[in-house]
Design a protein. Sequence first.
Lengths: 464, 94, 491
Amino acid sequence: MDESELTVIIGLEIHVQLATKSKLFCSCGTEYQTAEGPNENVCPTCTAQPGTKPFDMNAYAFEQALKIALALGCDKINNSVTMQRKHYFYPDSPSNYQRTSTPIAEGGSLAGVSITEVHIEEDPGRYDLKTGIVDYNRAGVPLLEIVTDPVITSPDHARKFLEELRAVLDYLGAARDVESGSMRADANLSIKGHNRVEVKNINSFHGVFSALTYETSRQKNMVKNGLEPVRETRHFDEDRDITLGLRKKESVDDYRYIPDPDVQPIAITKEQLKIISDSLPELPRKKMERFKKQYGASDDESFALCMELAMADAFERIARKVDAKLAAGFMRGTLKKQLNFRSYDYAKVTAKEQFITELLVMLSQKKVTDKVAERILIDMMDGKTGASTAEQYAQSAGLLGVQSSDELSAIIENAVEQNPKAVEDFKAGNGKALQFIAGSVMRLSRGKADPAAVQEILKKRLSK
Amino acid sequence: MEKKITKQDIERVASIARLSPSQDELEGLAADANAILEYFSLIDEIPDSVAPQTYVLSHENALRPDEEKKSDPKPIRRGFNRQQDNYMLAPKSF
Amino acid sequence: MEISKTLSTTNAIKSGRLTASANLEAKIARVEKYDSAVKAFIETYFDDARAAAKQVDAKIAAGKPIGKLAGLVVAVKNVLAVKDKRLTCASKMLENYVAPYDAAVIEKLRAEDAVIIGSLNCDEFACGSDNTKSAFFATVNPVSFFDEKGEITNTSTSDKYVPGGSSGASAAAVAAGFCDLALATDTGGSIRCPAAFCGVTGFKPTYGTVSRYGMGDMAMSFEQIGPMAPDAYGCALLLSVISGKDYRDSTTAKTIAVSEPTASFATSTKKIRIGVPKEYFEGANPAVAKAVKDAIGRFAAKGGCELVDISIPAVKFGIPAYYLLVYSEFASAMQKYDGLKYGAKPESNDELVPTVSKVRTANIGKECKRRIMLGTYITTKEHKDAWYTKALKARAYVRAQFDDALEKCDFIVGPTMPNLAWKIGEKATDPLQSYLEDVLTVPANLCGLPAGSVPCAKIGKLPVGLQVIGKRGADYETMSLMAQIESSLGC
């Protein structure tokens, strides 16, 4: 069977935690990752003690949900949202039903992936299947669920979508812990013409890629061998990067949804939508287009700069002080490389914006070469530069470039003297010999000479 | 009224509801269900065009400000039937 | 006009003629003497109550401001959470469950210096109409022991009547003089039915008036916490304390607390139209129907109101619409009981699913299990449209007709119950027969209307209740009419 006939169809249901101080239906705190211990941020309501009721809904949570819906381009906003009870027995659910809303909005799109709907719901607590321990600190934290149409075509496509989603969430500040990847997803994957499989328990951006890669491979192999993948729910094992079938009893066929009588419906007005819409920041794609026009940044540079708001804003500030193209190139190249290597977001070096600006100034004045600049940047990220300015550090580390042309001329003379054979070869027509001498110049200057200047001066000198 | 409710129907429903009636109880429950729903099928007289009414009160947004208020977790933890280091303990599923 | 019993007690305490402690001791003495026969209490809180009464007396002695319920003894149905006390809901599932918090209404009682004497029996998780379905014991209607003067004398009689339900013990406690006031709940008549059977007054507020935070759920879109007392004044006083917005129950979002009854509470201010629905009388035992019709006639004869004959054919859909939706909501409410977080312990803990099934099966009673099963059945995908959704339509249909009826009149009046109290054990087996007893009370819950019951007659020793249903939000006016009827009938 031809591999290319096996079209992969993927849909994602992404759960994003909204950045609120308290839970959706009670006043417990939401910082469950830093809580004093298990079952600390709990109250009678979020542990479903007999007689308790959901409090009035967290207004800020609902607002943030609307904000995200609008930012995702959802053009159909429903004018009334009802909470439903989704019934299933499981230790992580205090009431053995989850409160989940009807769609808030429909019909958006991001990175070419169309969005079916978004809705709001309660996070369940945490239950460890292997040990049986349960912690309700997380139970009731507000979640926004984003459901995509089944139009994602590969794990890589999913990764790109999530990358852009992450950027949008970063810009809005409406979600928690976007960098730590604390979002969860369920994925639906099928090979066209065959059964659909649901994969649950994916707890990070990276996990999505791994789970989809494994599952694509698993299903393709089955289909190639004439086997039909079972229509089932599988569990993603993060430690082993594989998916596993769940026991039948754990899957639920019918959640018996009913509207929650304890929660009044929420009406969404045009006025409210306008206020939120007006308050939206310039979103990543728009900013990218503007960067290309305003700063002459390339597609590639714009994308890299705009995926994180802190970096985009820093770039714009820096671009007022140094050449924009230089800054764009450096941030997309050298800076991004070093950040990625350490798995840092730009936010990690935000405090060093002044330092980076200075470094760029030095580069533009050719006080340092590209290589030296990278070196200084690495030292800064490794914490070696202390409170020094970029210039001070470069000075103290003896990294300042060869400044005066006198100094450079002297070094070039030196190199020419040391390499008579190469000079002869060059004059005899061997162009490569120039590079040999240039190499010598770089060594003599301990890398501090500007390669372009060396080329120019050397050429002039040797043509005498 | 739709078809009669059988013991199997009751068994399935019981499983969904996490109840395990005995065989005798299953018979009794099926009989009760049939008698009750037979009588209740009276509502079929109501025209389908009537809009279902879910909420008793008219539309209102009951929203509260996003503020944290600390609660005492100790009595809640004391209520857990099994616990371990402040976790609640449930049976394992693996 | 005889002064309201509640009003005399509260006046006596406020003026210093009666101490809170003396008032409490009198009640305690009656409990100790008669509760072994009546069996109203699940748990008494005598020590706490004595401490609270002492505090009230100290405040009065020091001339400090005191609450609206100062020194009044209140007993509460054991579906209402009282902090650090057992909240059993009359079920084995919660037999030893201790509430970690106070219900909103309990907070309010305390704030107004009420003296809480103990928790009262009821049907298990409020599922029943005669208080025989408690997992623990059956409460006996005190009228079974009354002599002609209404005093408990013959506690060894074998003619034991049900007190009604599900708040049977709440009515019994008021009737037996165990408390000045009781706090109970009404999902389909659970306050009004026992009020009628025990010869006391009870009131179910407009839906959304009283916070249900702390009330064990039966059916969330139907029920309200409400007062029971010897008279409408007592009900109104208690309601003025417990009503009002609470951010912990979002159905109270647009509520304003009901005003305290004023001096003119039991006097009529303007001419009112009283609707007399024929279905309410056709559906009742002829003796009951006659007694209530006569009572209405006597009241109307005093002037001040106009009787209007009305017809509400949708009454016949009330029971199906009510029970189908109640089953659905109840099944949902009961999901939380899994033997893990609290309540009855599982016998073994091997596999998750059987552990949960066994503990639920062993500790939830028969009627409750029946309702869970039916509720689960009718909300499954295959059956939802035919039953659950259709029931929502039936609810809308009934509501529309009642709203229409309340355009033609200011209040609807009729019998509270179709029958008189039956003997304990008499209506044991057929669930449908039990359900049909609720035919006159469920409409008010379906429609969210305020409704109360006052005693209007006796047939033999058994009281007959007269029901008043008002427009949504007309709680004060409805109780006011109830007070007027009480004083004119002198029952």
